[in-house]
Design a protein around this ligand. Structure first.
Ligand code: NAD
Length: 316
């Protein structure tokens, strides 16, 4: 049985599928030739990431396709409803990259409190001529331990961030309209585990008491953090967005950075992706990454294995 992984799949995923008798094709077929390729090669399962579009036209063109798999979370590139109507099973891997995103949040947080985003810009330019001045300007960093992290959106990634924060000695507060009480178990390398019981905090209270705020909500109609929310925050708060462009008002964020309401921001996602605003890219108080939150080797392996396991159980 043939599976086409059109946007790639990890070697671990390929090996697991092959061990179970599947033939995995990893050729990247152009969108307009995809229907023809699938029919000609009798492909039963199509795996995609975000690049390949599984739209109505493709579904109509491939009457023998039985399964579509999305490596990752968002299904924006797949017409899920139409696929279901045509009897095609649609699968994804919603939790495979949660820890990777959570670790990137902490990369931005640890980098933020010690000005790494700025030091890495200035050391190559002035590290030899102005070492002492730079040492002085970056010499009033902060520790994360003992500070309060406010997490808005407490699903898979929000909870993964909370576990890292608790492990780092932070106090965690969260707001999520769907959750009141959450128990989180932290497991350690030697088999020990500790369970924390957290209660929801009202959003305004979270905004007032948090030293750092990170957002982990799905795409929204309205901003989750805009001018009104920034106004309520502590002076000098740090803000992280590794969720979606458009959940934070970037104009309000830049204003808040310029008035020192916000001391730094860490951004992995942007309102105008894939061309973030130049004011964001050039801002000296923003730590920047190009939407790589879920992109680690470990997440790729988990995605490949999770897809393979679901395919095996679907076709057996
Ligand atoms: N940076 C990356 O590369 C990357 C990778 C994977 C996922 N993401 C993004 O991370 C976000 C979270 O993913 P997840 O897997 O944790 O999703 P999830 O569905 O597990 O959790 C989202 C939570 O947000 C809550 N929520 C919704 N609207 C809210 C609001 N207005 N205020 C507070 N809470 C709200 C929901 O109740 C839910 O519990 C998504 O936007 C996803 O696209 C980014």
């Amino acid at each position: 049985m043939k599976i086409l992984a059109n946007d790639g799949i990890s070697q671990k995923g390929i090996s697991l599928l092959e061990k179970n008798g599947f033939d995995v094709i990893t050729t990247n077929v152009a969108q307009e030739q995809l229907g023809h390729f699938i029919n000609k090669n009798e492909v039963m399962g199509l795996l995609v990431r975000s690049a390949t579009k599984v739209n109505k036209d493709l579904i109509d063109a491939c009457p023998n396709l039985k399964l579509v798999g999305r490596g990752g979370v968002g299904m924006d590139n797949i017409d899920v409803e139409y696929a279901h109507k045509k009897g095609i099973q649609v699968i994804n891997t919603p939790s495979a990259s949660s820890l990777s995103v959570a670790e990137l949040v902490f990369a931005h947080l640890y980098g933020g409190v010690r000005f790494l985003y700025d030091a890495n810009r200035n050391m190559p330019l002035e590290g030899d001529s102005k070492f002492k001045q730079l040492k002085k300007s970056y010499g009033n960093g902060k520790e994360l331990a003992g500070k309060t992290l406010g997490i808005i959106g407490f699903g898979r990634i929000g909870q993964a961030v909370a576990k890292l924060a608790l492990g780092a000695g932070m106090k965690v507060v969260f707001f999520d309209p769907l959750l009141d009480d959450v128990s989180l178990t932290l497991s350690f390398f030697d088999g020990q585990s500790v369970t924390f019981h957290l209660k929801k905090t009202d959003k305004e209270e979270l905004l007032r008491i948090s030293d750092f705020i990170t957002v982990h909500v799905p795409a929204q109609k309205n901003y989750v953090l805009g001018k009104n929310e920034f106004d309520l925050m502590k002076d000098g708060v740090g803000i992280i967005n590794a969720a979606r462009g458009g959940v934070i008002d970037e104009v309000a964020l830049v204003d808040a950075l310029e008035s020192d309401k916000v001391s730094f921001a860490g951004m992995d996602v942007y309102e105008s992706e894939p061309r973030p605003e130049i004011r964001i890219l050039m801002h000296p108080k923003i730590s920047l990454t190009p939407h790589i939150g879920g992109a680690t080797n470990e997440a790729q392996d988990r995605i490949g294995i999770e897809l393979a396991e679901q395919i095996i159980s679907h076709f057996k």
